[in-house]
Design a protein around this ligand. Structure first.
Ligand SMILES: [Zn+2]
Ligand SMILES: [Zn+2]
Length: 221
């Protein structure tokens, strides 16, 4: 597992199995937040890193971008060590729990224990902040996909909203995307957020992504 501090408050933890898979640890005033939980085999490395980070803080919560198996794989093992809440968008939870079948899939998913996920709080025009992270609803790749923006560090943790190639934004993987047109439209959040860096689960980060967003939207709509 490759671990890198990517900004003042954020570490990325990356493993490879055919493709890269990334999770992030964010230092908060009250401890640590894990954003996404990767594939099941990543549990050991994530737990080891959390242990190493003890001086900075203890794990307080897990935030999920969505419920696909490669983003929730280590949740169960982490909850055996830490008693913390797990959050995802309310729209995503029935799919994660296997009560609804993800669009374009044949069978319900059972990658995470049922009924353990808490819906992210809804504010008036946006989702409620969790520590320093602002969740932003970005449906398309999955029905309840969210990204998390760390405003102070200017880093957007974008799950599967994008892939990337040669420093350019690319669309998410078609095979695993519920509604590509909607996923493309969700990229418009870059206009308002204007992050310095967008972190991508299955690829390299893209810098100043808002400079590419109009071209991206035009090319794919
Ligand atoms: Zn996915
Ligand atoms: Zn994924």
């Amino acid at each position: 597992m490759k671990i890198e501090q990517i900004s003042e408050h954020i570490w990325s933890l990356k493993s490879w199995m055919l493709i890269p898979c990334t999770v992030w640890v964010v230092a908060e005033e009250d401890g640590l937040t894990l954003v996404d939980a990767g594939m099941p085999f990543m549990a050991k490395g994530i737990l080891k890193f959390l242990e190493q980070m003890k001086a900075t803080g203890t794990l307080q919560r897990i935030l999920l971008t969505h419920g696909h198996g490669d983003h929730v794989g280590s949740v169960k093992a982490i909850l055996e060590r830490y008693t913390v809440p797990v959050y995802a968008h309310a729209t995503e939870i029935p799919y994660m729990d296997g009560d609804q079948i993800y669009p374009r899939r044949k069978k319900p998913e059972h990658n995470i224990p049922r009924k353990i996920t808490t819906p992210l709080g809804e504010g008036e025009n946006s989702l409620q902040r969790v520590g320093s992270l602002l969740p932003v609803f970005t449906p398309g790749h999955s029905p309840g996909h969210v990204v998390y923006y760390h405003e102070q560090d200017g880093v957007l943790l974008s799950g599967d909203l994008f892939t990337s190639k040669n420093g350019r934004l690319r669309r998410p993987m078609r095979m695993f995307t519920a509604d590509m047109a909607q996923a493309v439209q969700s990229a418009a959040c870059l206009r308002d957020l204007k992050p310095k860096r967008v972190e991508i689960c299955h690829g390299k980060p893209v810098f100043q992504p808002s400079e590419q967003v109009e071209e991206y939207l035009k090319a794919h709509s």
